[in-house]
Design a protein around this ligand. Structure first.
Ligand code: SAM
Length: 297
């Protein structure tokens, strides 16, 4: 008789031999680490995701439907366009959702979502709802923030990443991602999720969080400015920015904005970041080569 311990041995063996975890042995499906495959098996969390979905008429985009366990819930609520990179999983999905695909209630795109994503992923308004592959989660969220057809983002990511997007000024997690997201949206942590909710289990805790967008902003220079501002989070903001701008000019701006010279990057309000950025832009314009735009990536 097959016992749960055999599944565990199988897991260890596959881990040692193939750098991937055999999952769903009856379906002959292998969970591929390189695609960040951790399948969500917790019904409670799946229901929490559905309950947190914004109430509107937007289409749903799911990135990485995997075996379709979240997709199954999503198609009950709305029509879905799903992007899956793994050709093996695409076959599973095609057979599992054959009827819904035939009626165009579910559109399945097989391939790397990042290859398809120019400035807009769809030509119509959509909400992104997904258990994201963690290795590209931040990149996907940033693209969705800049995509003007993406209206809301409800995603499962590594807990640490969710906390960065949701942190407010003063929190130790407050950083460039918090400023970028909260300049155009409201962010909210929905639920923390332990590794035991997945198969195979990830090594880290996860969380579902919601970004309700008010607008879209795609200002790469502002993002570069923030990277400089938060380059060394424990140093003062003045010190970080001094790596690019003249200190005496910065000191004047800090005085005008009522910022102390000892303030740390995580203690500054988002509105102050925008004001500081606008002031430094006037400096860039007076120089032959813009200070921030000449920074290396
Ligand atoms: N949604 C499923 C679930 O909740 O059980 C699977 C989530 S799993 C964390 C991430 C999924 O994203 C996998 O199915 C993986 O193959 C897919 N994926 C990884 N990289 C991708 C990419 N570049 N484009 C599209 N899908 C990708």
């Amino acid at each position: 008789m097959f016992h749960v311990k055999h599944l565990y041995y199988c897991y260890l063996l596959c881990k040692l031999t193939k750098n991937s975890v055999k999952w769903g042995f009856m379906k002959n499906i292998v969970a591929k680490k390189k695609y960040g495959q951790n399948f969500l098996k917790d019904e409670y969390v799946l229901e929490q995701i559905i309950q947190a979905m914004p109430n509107n008429n937007n289409k749903i985009v799911e990135i990485g439907p995997g075996l379709g366990d979240l997709t199954k819930y999503l198609v009950d609520v709305k029509s879905v366009e799903a992007f899956e990179v793994d050709a093996d999983l695409c076959k599973v999905l095609q057979s599992r959702f054959e009827n819904l695909i035939a009626t165009n209630h579910l559109t399945l795109r097989c391939g790397d979502v990042l290859q398809n994503w120019k400035s807009r992923l769809l030509d119509e308004p959509y909400d992104l709802v997904a258990n994201l592959p963690y290795y590209i989660a931040t990149n996907i969220i940033q693209k969705a923030l800049a995509d003007e057809n993406c209206k809301n983002i409800l995603v499962m990511v590594q807990l640490e990443v969710a906390q960065k997007f949701c942190a407010t000024s003063g929190d130790s997690d407050f950083g460039a991602l918090s400023v970028i997201a909260q300049s155009v949206a409201e962010t909210r942590l929905i639920v923390k999720v332990p590794p035991t909710s997945f198969d195979p289990q990830p090594k880290v805790d996860s969380a579902v969080f919601l970004i309700e967008k008010k607008s879209s902003r795609n200002d790469e220079i502002f993002e570069k400015f923030l990277r400089v501002a938060f380059a060394q989070p424990r140093k003062t903001l003045l010190k970080n920015l001094s790596s690019v701008y003249k200190k005496d000019e910065l000191e004047k701006f800090f005085l005008d904005l009522g910022l102390t010279q000892t303030i740390r990057p995580h203690e500054v309000y988002i509105s102050d970041y925008h004001q500081l950025y606008n002031l430094t832009r006037s400096l860039d314009a007076t120089r032959e080569h813009g200070a921030i735009s000449s920074q290396r990536e």
